[in-house]
Design a protein around this ligand. Structure first.
Ligand SMILES: *Cc1c(COP(=O)(O)O)cnc(C)c1O
Length: 359
């Protein structure tokens, strides 16, 4: 364990040591099968029961109402950029999208392949460091749905309250699902790749309200078709079995931490600690409109590019990895997903503080 680093990367994210250790212990004999969870047949009663168990566990942890279906799908967050319009946008209809940064942009581009997209407002003018005010949004009352990305992972912009709209609300929660409590009843569909707060890459959680099923476009591939996946318990094809297994271990870990409300408290504390230091430092700067600062991803600039490079080298020497900013905006970025502990953030702030003094 001495070589273990602290990974502040934006994804795939760090997993708790205890989860990795449990996976290691169970590797050769999962639940008395004499096999690993990745070797077992997905149609076996054991795996089918396990899927139902994970489903129920997740529903309970996130307080997901009974009129929603939970799916574990392949294709990543990005696969859902296509799946959402294919499943929810009837031919000839239009959908509303809020443009808040890289991820909503990519979702818009993908959705435009499958229907008419109305961009209600764009944060481009603020270079995506802020979100246009609700009263400026040009909503279409006939829209099939309203789509947004509550946490834009790259700049670190988070919309902290759920927008009030009169059409089904769809959200890409890839970088925040499971990090704070969620009023699912406000949403029509949400989705999230697991590799940020809830496990490893390969499985994408999709939660769909029952009344939004049964309207997929005819061209929808069966693996992306919510209704077919609901009818087949996420097994239209071989589901990402091992990723679902790791997801299940993360749910147990989350419960051990006290559940979502406890992890939310800790996540808020971690972010508050880091922002407080940044604001007093006169060295590091976060350019995001304070109203929309993310508690998950915090982008920073240093006074010069040379100092940025020096800082990254210093960080590596302290066993911190994944701090390089996204290539689109440079600087550094700290991702504070669930497995990052408060004491890891304290350590990072110490290193940042001493670097600011000498650098
Ligand atoms: C990481 C990320 C994605 C992309 O997820 P993939 O699983 O790589 O397709 C989509 N949306 C957001 C908000 C993300 O942070």
């Amino acid at each position: 364990m001495n070589n273990r680093v602290i990974n502040f990367g934006a994804g795939p994210a760090m997993l708790p040591d205890s989860v990795l250790q449990r996976a290691a212990v169970e590797m050769l004999n999962w639940r008395g099968t004499g096999m690993s969870a990745m070797e077992i047949g997905h149609r076996s009663p054991l795996f089918q029961n396990f899927l139902a168990e994970v489903n129920a566990k997740f529903r309970k942890l996130l307080a997901i109402p009974i009129n929603y279906k939970i799916l574990f799908l392949p294709g990543g967050g990005k696969g859902q950029f296509a799946a959402v319009p294919m499943n929810l946008l009837p031919l000839g209809a239009s959908a509303d999208y809020l443009d808040t940064g890289v991820w909503s942009n990519l979702a818009i581009e993908e959705a435009q392949q499958y229907g008419k997209i109305n961009i209600v407002a764009s944060g481009a003018e603020s270079h995506y460091y802020s979100v246009p005010e609700r009263k400026t949004w040009k909503l279409n009352p006939q829209a099939a749905y309203f789509y947004y990305c509550p946490n834009e992972t790259i700049a670190g912009v988070q919309i902290h309250s759920i927008p009030q709209v009169d059409v089904p609300l769809v959200a890409d929660l890839t970088s925040c699902l499971g990090s704070s409590s969620l009023d699912m009843s406000r949403f029509g569909v949400i989705f999230a790749g697991a590799q940020k707060n809830l496990g490893q890459a390969g499985v994408t959680v999709v939660i769909v309200r029952d009344d939004l099923l049964n309207q997929a476009q005819a061209i929808t591939p069966s693996i992306l078709d919510y209704t077919q996946q609901v009818n087949n318990h996420s097994c239209v094809n071989t589901p990402p079995t091992y990723a679902i297994y790791i997801f299940d271990l993360m749910l147990d870990w989350l419960a051990e931490q006290g559940g979502v409300s406890a992890i939310e408290k800790s996540n808020r504390y971690k972010a508050k600690m880091l922002y407080a230091y940044i604001d007093e430092s006169n060295f590091y700067r976060n350019l995001v409109d304070p109203t929309y600062r993310s508690i998950m991803n915090i982008s920073l600039t240093l006074p010069t590019e040379a100092l940025t490079q020096q800082f990254l080298a210093t960080a590596t020497n302290h066993g911190f990895v994944g701090l390089k900013g996204h290539k689109k905006i440079g600087g550094i970025r700290v991702s504070l997903y669930n497995p990052i502990t408060e004491s890891m953030v304290v350590k990072l702030v110490e290193v940042m503080r001493s670097f600011a003094k000498t650098g």
